[in-house]
Ligand binder design. Sequence first.
Ligand code: SF4
Ligand code: SF4
Length: 82
Amino acid sequence: MTAPPVKRRPAVPLVDPARCTGCGWCVAACPDHLLELHTQAGRKSSVLPPAQRERCTGCVQCIPVCHFGAIRMKRLDGGAAA
Ligand code: SF4
Ligand code: SF4
């Protein structure tokens, strides 16, 4: 019997806090509710917490809803951003 295929997560979102306005659209768009709004130095920004990284499917649904170009996908194999 062969093992089931491993679900691949080629990339996860990386938020640029300098561009993020904390609007929360990406948080609402994630079907698995993995993104969170964090406040640092009085500014809100979206974060994929390390504990949630493993659960991210790389579906990219959080990307097009960001109107500020604050999210890019970071490949997990260390390659260039997708
Ligand atoms: S890539 Fe998909 S699963 Fe991962 S944080 Fe974005 S919307 Fe959620
Ligand atoms: S949609 Fe963009 S600007 Fe809004 S919280 Fe997410 S990353 Fe930040």
